[in-house]
Design a protein around this ligand. Structure first.
Ligand code: BES
Ligand code: ZN
Length: 613
């Protein structure tokens, strides 16, 4: 056994599947999928092939030609709560392998929404979220980002619905008898009210980028290679089309900075409010929370981020989650370069400032667990969802920005382009990056303490707070608040969401309850349409013991499932003032909101509550 990724049972001494062909029968009545996966290997293999699985049932590995069962075993006998179970199949000269299986309601990559849980209220909806290690709960696979696979898929769904996938759409057609093989009987597959949607992803991607959604989905074109998809018959679609009108300009800027856009399409799917992230960089089709639609084009920042992943993350991928900063640090850097080009330096500096604040806060959060302040942490035995933080994003950003300052922007831009063209469609580790850096920027190790940046804890002394007029002004206004001075109307006249966000995040964690109420009376922050502002304010209100906002907190926690908002609010409730009343409130709200949250978000909130019970 030679596992190399602490989050996968995949064995480096065995071949990696290069193609997976899926048939997926979506059963909304039971929130399960009846599926088959045909895995193709690069050459005939004799011996073991080890796959990751979690929360799957009725698993059976078959010879693809004879359909006879192949010998297999599971390990460990009790599934590991984080990793699941390995499935080891014995092959004899096989160059492909067929697996039939069904998902279960516990499959964490899938959220099934009943009609009542959607905005249209008329049709059910299902969507996937596979990063970091949830793909294995949809189909058995070598679920490590070191693997790169092409996909084809046939999705069978109720005729009133349509499906989208992070892949090219090939056809919508009637089901054909026999095409699901042993995975699904024709009586189900070919029933009258069913339809098949076919897709292909012909570029090799890591399994965490596998993604689809199905429901009553409508769309509108917003650019030559960009279509916005969202639940049909809702106002979301129009609002999204307006919000994302500038997408093509950003793609062009990205191409100028980082080289050709290699994925052909850049579509956007706006999901129901329970989507647990701001955005997910699924190739050809980014998944987005509806909370980014604010009516003022500020959602562009999240789109810039997910777009930037088209180069950093999707072309070059972290080899394991310990190298996650290669995805997120580079992408945060690339996102800010795009934002700087389309929205100007001040806006980019504001984002950098919000990130700087966030990074400093993580140091506080991890003060008893400094391992997680490292750029390359050790993650054996750790659920990546539990330690998700700003560190890979912002410390990674700082590391790259430090390099840019050292060698100058023109040289660093050249370096980045060469890095991307050298490693595209590969999964690499931090050491490979450092080797490339040393080879292409001779002497860099004498100018920057690379070891301290990569292996050290905390924030290195040569990291830098951004310098900009607006940023500096806001931080100093936040300091004044402490001394009892609130910003004047003329000082905030041209503030948007991000200015308020930065202001609120730079206030002390808790202040006088009367001061919080006075601030809100003047600027109506608890009712902000901007979720970042609203949540930053409510967090301050909870920690300052302002009970009059608990109603708004409850409403917010029941309206959205984006973890960026759930985490701080639940955390503030359970640890903020240390009172039992808040803890009870957190527990009650969670019990009531639980079913509306995505399984990943459920897990994260559970662990916040467990830590403080
Ligand atoms: N790839 C991440 C989301 C992610 C990370 C999902 C880890 C699962 C595990 C995505 O690109 C991201 O960073 N999203 C941010 C957007 C922001 C930085 C603009 C988010 O969701 O908040
Ligand atoms: Zn990202």
């Amino acid at each position: 056994m030679a596992p190399f990724d602490p989050h996968s049972f995949a064995d480096a001494s065995q071949p990696f599947a290069t193609h997976v062909s899926l048939t997926l029968y979506l059963d909304f009545a039971t929130s399960t999928i009846l599926g088959s996966a045909l895995l193709t290997l690069p050459s005939p293999h004799t011996g073991s092939l080890t796959l990751d699985t979690r929360s799957l049932s009725n698993l059976s590995p078959l010879d693809p030609l004879s359909l006879s069962p192949l010998p297999f075993s599971f390990s460990p006998s009790n599934p590991d709560p984080v990793l699941g179970q390995s499935l080891t199949v014995s092959l004899s000269s096989h160059s492909s392998l067929l697996l039939t299986f069904s998902t279960t309601p516990a499959s964490s990559a899938l959220q099934w929404l009943s009609p009542a849980q959607t905005s249209s209220r008329s049709h059910p909806f299902v969507f996937t979220q596979c990063q970091s290690i949830h793909a294995r709960s949809i189909f058995p696979c070598q679920d490590t980002p070191a693997a790169r696979i092409c996909f084809s898929a046939k999705l069978n769904l109720p005729r009133p619905l349509s499906a989208v996938m992070a892949a090219a759409h090939l056809a919508r057609r009637d089901p054909a008898p026999g095409e699901a093989g042993p995975a699904c009987p024709d009586a189900l597959w070919c029933a009258q009210d069913r339809v098949v949607e076919e897709f292909a992803m012909n570029q090799p991607i890591p399994p965490y980028l596998f993604a689809f959604a199905a429901g009553d989905i409508g769309f509108g074109d917003v650019g030559p290679r960009t279509r916005v998809y969202a639940e049909g018959g809702t106002a979301v679609l129009d609002a999204a089309a307006r919000e994302f009108a500038g997408t093509e300009e950003m793609i062009r800027v990205g191409e100028a900075l980082f080289g050709p856009y290699e994925w052909e399409r850049f579509d956007l799917l706006v999901l129901p409010p329970s989507f647990p992230y701001g955005g997910m960089e699924n190739p050809r089709m980014v998944f987005l929370t509806p909370t980014v639609i604010k009516g003022d084009a500020s959602g562009a920042q999240v789109v810039a981020h997910e777009l930037a992943h088209s180069w950093t993350g999707n072309l070059i991928t972290n080899k394991t989650n310990e190298d996650f900063w290669l995805n997120e640090g580079f992408t945060t850097y690339a996102e800010r370069r795009i934002v700087e080009m389309v929205q100007g330096e001040e806006r980019a500096a504001l984002n950098t400032g919000i990130g700087w604040r966030g990074l400093n806060e993580e140091m506080e959060r991890f003060k008893d667990n400094m391992e997680f302040t490292k750029l390359k942490p050790k993650l054996a035995g750790i659920d990546p969802d539990d330690v998700y933080s700003q560190v890979p994003y912002e410390k990674g950003f700082q590391f790259l920005w430090r390099m840019e300052r050292q060698i100058g922007r023109p040289a660093f831009d050249e370096f980045l382009k060469k890095y991307i063209s050298t490693f595209k469609f590969q999964s690499i580790d931090t050491e490979t990056f450092l080797e490339f850096l040393r080879a292409n920027v001779p002497g860099i190790e004498n100018q920057i303490d690379l070891k301290l940046w990569v292996e050290g804890t905390g924030i290195p002394p040569d990291a830098m707070e951004p310098v900009s007029t607006i940023y500096t002004k806001i931080v100093s206004l936040a300091k004044d608040f402490n001394a009892g001075r609130m910003p004047r109307e003329d000082e905030v006249a041209d503030w948007h969401g991000q200015e308020w966000e930065l202001y609120l995040e730079n206030l002390p964690k808790a202040v006088e309850a009367s001061q919080v109420a006075a601030l809100d009376a003047r600027y109506r922050l608890a009712e902000s349409r901007d979720w970042e502002v609203k949540v930053a304010f409510l967090q301050l209100a909870i920690s300052s013991g302002c009970k009059e906002y608990f109603g708004e907190v409850e409403k917010t926690l029941k309206q959205v499932g984006r973890m960026k908002y759930l985490r701080p609010l639940y955390t503030a409730l359970v640890q903020g003032t240390g009172r039992d009343e808040e803890k009870m409130l957190a527990k009650r709200i969670f019990a009531e909101a639980h079913d509306g949250y995505h399984p990943i978000a459920q897990g994260v909130v559970e662990s916040i509550l467990a830590k403080h019970s």
